[in-house]
Design a protein around this ligand. Structure first.
Ligand SMILES: Nc1ncnc2c1ncn2[C@@H]1O[C@H](COP(=O)(O)OP(=O)(O)OP(=O)(O)O)[C@@H](O)[C@H]1O
Ligand SMILES: [Mg+2]
Length: 362
């Protein structure tokens, strides 16, 4: 399912574009191309970290900082493409499935959707960006179709568009983060036994501040939940223990060089807590749905780069666990360093899913 929120995407057929994820710790840019043989290629990507509080709960709270980071990341990419696909956090989007008569013309459908949306959306329609997608025939109702409506407050869309614009970029697509993750997941699913068919898969994205759980059955999303937990907790503990600044702690976390007791006294307690949070989130999923097991866990987000985390999570949960890499089956341009990409890949799920929008059939 993909949304555009009425940005003028319809102009050209598959215009070149870059996927841009504005997350709490960084802006992340990915450019993919289609080599024409059903094989994608990672042309280039960039991650530029953001100062603390530039993005809070998915909202851009410091436009200048975000725009400056976008500018730098774009320059670092050394690309010509200025068109971008972006996404809103799922928490900023209301979705609702409605049923309408089949065979409506585009204009009639729009009118119908607006009338229905009026009932479900707690804002005036001129304050929201509205988009919809016909899903298909309604179950058991031969003359009706199901339509998924997505709505977001205009200011949420405008903030992101403004950040892009002030960095000299042009937003063509405004998707939803969870849908972009699902697009990237589809790439990862191909690497799973049986392509993920007949299986229940948990994607656990642990970023800087938030842990997202997405559960898929037969590659369709059946459950999502987010909670406040992330790598910032480890960074803060490193700062406290070793009297370092945030920047120093972030760097040390990734590049090493911390005192010998770091592993046993700081990292291990963090990964213990992390695996416990994953186990609890799964328990919560089981207790609130008809499901009682998952076949596989995929770890995503920056924390997935912690060495050995897959083993720690799998021994706690007793579920086979692997680190997600949406680029695993892609070719790499000579500008991309394979080892670094493998480390960065789990944090690039959303940016990758957005970059894939370049290949939308139109
Ligand atoms: N090699 C690494 N080892 C340990 N932690 C890492 C490594 N690389 C990144 N991280 C941590 O991952 C976190 C950033 O992850 P990610 O980029 O997924 O977050 P985000 O998407 O910005 O945040 P959120 O999803 O919470 O908004 C930071 O806490 C960072 O320190
Ligand atoms: Mg994230």
């Amino acid at each position: 399912m993909q949304f555009d929120f009425n940005l003028d995407f319809l102009q050209a057929k598959a215009p070149p574009l870059i996927g841009v994820d504005i997350s709490s710790s960084a802006v992340k840019l990915v450019e993919l191309t289609d080599t024409g043989k059903g094989l994608y290629r990672v042309e280039r990507y960039a991650i530029k970290s953001l100062p603390k509080d530039a993005v809070t709960d998915g909202n851009i709270t410091n436009l200048d900082a975000v725009s400056a980071a976008l500018k730098q990341a774009w320059a670092q990419m050394d690309t010509k493409i200025k068109n971008v696909a972006m996404a809103l956090p799922s928490s900023a989007v209301i979705t609702k499935k409605i049923i309408v008569p089949a065979g409506l013309r585009e204009q009639e459908l729009e009118t119908q959707v607006e009338a229905e949306a009026n009932q479900y959306i707690p804002f005036a329609l001129d304050e929201v960006n509205l988009d919809f997608q016909v899903i298909g025939p309604a179950p058991n109702l031969p003359d009706e179709v199901e339509v998924l409506i997505a709505a977001s407050r205009k200011e949420k869309v405008e903030d992101r568009v403004a950040a892009a614009e002030s960095a000299g970029l042009k937003a063509l697509i405004m998707d939803v983060e969870s849908y972009a993750t699902q697009t990237a997941y589809d790439l990862v699913a191909r690497q799973l036994p049986n392509g993920g068919q007949d299986q229940t898969i948990a994607v656990v994205d642990i970023g800087a501040t938030t842990m997202h759980l997405l559960v898929l059955h037969n590659n369709q999303t059946v459950y999502t939940r987010e909670q406040a937990f992330g790598g910032d907790q480890l960074t803060q503990e490193i700062q406290r223990r070793f009297s370092l600044s945030v920047e120093e702690a972030e760097l040390a976390k990734k590049q090493g060089g911390l005192p010998e007791n770091y592993d046993a006294e700081v990292l291990q307690p963090f990964t213990d807590t992390l695996s416990l949070e994953v186990a609890r989130a799964l328990q919560f999923f089981f207790s609130s749905t008809q499901y009682n097991h998952v076949d596989h866990i995929l770890l995503a987000g920056g924390c997935a780069a912690i060495p050995g985390l897959d083993n720690i999570v799998s021994s706690r949960t007793q579920v086979s666990t692997q680190v997600a890499n949406p680029f695993a089956n892609m070719a790499l341009s000579s500008k991309v360093k394979p080892r670094q990409l493998t480390l960065d890949a789990p944090a690039l799920m959303i940016a990758c899913g957005l970059a894939m929008r370049r290949f939308d059939p139109s």
